[in-house]
Design a protein around this ligand. Structure first.
Ligand code: PLP
Length: 470
């Protein structure tokens, strides 16, 4: 018994002639090539559904497994292998300490969570405007004015499903194929891949640990050409925790302003997680930079709201509109519930008020503990982070060590594998961030967890040969 349905591309009045009765078992549809024998100029595509147990081979067109070159040019995440290994160990009952996560270990402050719950209870569960609710965009404008010295109107704000979406849309909106995106390294893993997705070319600008991983303005100047379209700055930085001092940003601005095509994406998502005396400066607040800066911020990190998926972009209207167009044809507006929660977060007061400062204090205590502990290890280089919740440590003096039963520690990935194997601590290889000399340690974990991890790391490092002089 065979049921067939034919799909006429030229006539959509009745595209499917599916049998009314239900079929007992349908094999995968078989797509037939367009029939030459059909005299009509209309193009016919026959789809046959068979209840036979074995489809006949001549009716099966092979599936084309290729994917877009846009996707195949993306580099697979180097952190995946380590993450998979950590998961496998955990499933086998090994108590792995995870210090790889890029999210706060705190709960979302209660006031914010309650605002989300109330939104649901009050039926605030429908689509919002694509750009975000007016009340939230007004609150964001107020925050940017008060805390960052930036003046925007609500139509210069786009609320998205996380800062990540803001960055992806901004890169897609401003970069044309062949444009260059300047990315200081170490960088957040997604920047170069986002540039590739936009058919632009990531141009990596290495920095040194001795300069606290901050971009050298002269080096930047030497890398700018007529294809340079976007410079991505991230301060406080993931993965290094470095914070750009205002003076250095001014020097960078002096270079940027000489190049009319060059825009700056300023990723300020870790803005509130900053340790005195470091101070955050918004790049757009520098003279002449408002017009050419796309400022990205969000709620994930400071407000411990990673799962709420809420971020925003602030920039001149023509760029916001371009990004909004992409958003309107992909995800539409962010969650209505999260937007109510975001409003409550901004209502906590300057820089998130007490709720955020409690978390920042805890992060600082953990940073101090880790910096002190790692400094006790011979041969490591550390740039003390001024913000965010990561430590990016140079372990390269240990590369080349042979470990019995493990092999050679040849790079950041093998060192992370070794530490996972011997210390049962999961970390992220620096290679993922464009610096293979280092590994990233997230201190979004309790002090006691960090103390435990540190003890195990130190015990494991003893197995490596004494480091070369650094
Ligand atoms: C530097 C940086 N920018 C942006 C994001 C994205 O954050 P969101 O959760 O808001 O998408 C992250 C998240 O890890 C990040 O580290």
């Amino acid at each position: 018994m065979e049921a067939s349905l034919s799909l006429r591309r030229s006539s959509f009045s009745s595209p499917f002639h599916a049998p009314r009765r239900s079929l007992p078992h349908l094999d995968a549809p078989k797509f037939l090539p367009f029939s030459k024998s059909r005299s009509s100029k209309r193009c016919h595509l026959s789809v046959q559904m068979s209840v036979k147990s074995e489809p006949s081979a001549d009716l099966m067109a092979p599936v084309d497994p290729s994917v877009s070159p846009r996707v195949s040019s993306l580099r697979p995440s180097k952190t995946m292998a380590i993450t998979d290994q950590a998961t496998a160990l955990r499933q086998a009952g090994v108590p792995v300490i995870g210090l790889a996560a890029g999210e706060p270990d705190f709960d979302t402050p209660a006031v914010i969570a309650e605002a989300g719950i109330n939104a649901i209870k009050q039926g605030y569960t429908r689509y919002t405007p694509n750009a975000g609710t007016l009340e939230l965009r007004k609150a964001i404008c107020h925050k940017l004015e008060e805390e960052n010295g930036l003046s925007y109107s609500p139509d210069q704000i786009l609320v998205s499903n996380g800062a990540k979406q803001c960055i992806m849309q901004a890169v897609l909106a401003v970069c044309s194929p062949g444009d260059e995106v300047l990315i200081p390294a170490p960088y957040w893993v997604s920047y170069p891949e986002m540039a590739r997705l936009a058919d632009a070319t990531p141009v990596i600008l290495p920095t040194n640990i001795s300069d606290n991983f901050l971009l050298n303005p002269e080096f930047l100047a030497s890398k700018i050409n007529e294809k340079s379209r976007l410079l991505i700055l991230c301060s406080p930085s993931n993965p290094t925790g470095s914070v750009y001092p205002k003076k250095l940003l001014e020097e960078i601005a002096d270079i940027v302003r000489k190049h009319p095509r060059l825009l700056v994406l300023s990723d300020e998502i870790y803005e509130h997680i900053i340790y005195a005396p470091a101070k955050h400066t918004s790049f757009a607040s520098l003279p002449g930079m408002w017009e050419r800066t796309l400022t990205v911020n969000g709620f994930s990190k400071a407000f411990a709201m990673t799962g709420w998926r809420l971020g925003y972009l602030a920039c001149p209207k023509h760029f916001v509109s371009a990004c909004g167009k992409i958003q309107s044809q992909s995800t539409s507006g962010a969650s209505s519930i999260s937007q109510k929660a975001g409003l409550a977060a901004l209502g906590l007061g300057y820089a998130g008020g007490e709720a955020v400062s409690v978390m920042v204090k805890a992060f600082q205590e953990r940073r101090d503990f880790l910096v002190k502990s790692f400094r006790e290890l011979e041969g490591v280089k550390i740039s003390e982070p001024q913000g965010a919740f990561y430590l990016f440590i140079d372990f390269s003096s240990y590369y080349g060590s042979e470990v019995e039963g493990f092999g050679t520690i040849k790079d950041s990935e093998s060192l992370c594998r070794f530490l996972l194997d011997k210390a049962q601590v999961a970390l992220v290889p620096g290679d993922a961030f464009g610096d293979d000399k280092c590994i990233r340690i997230s201190y979004a974990a309790s002090l006691s967890t960090l103390q435990d991890a540190m003890k195990k790391i130190k015990e494991a490092m003893v197995l490596l040969r004494p480091p070369v002089a650094v």
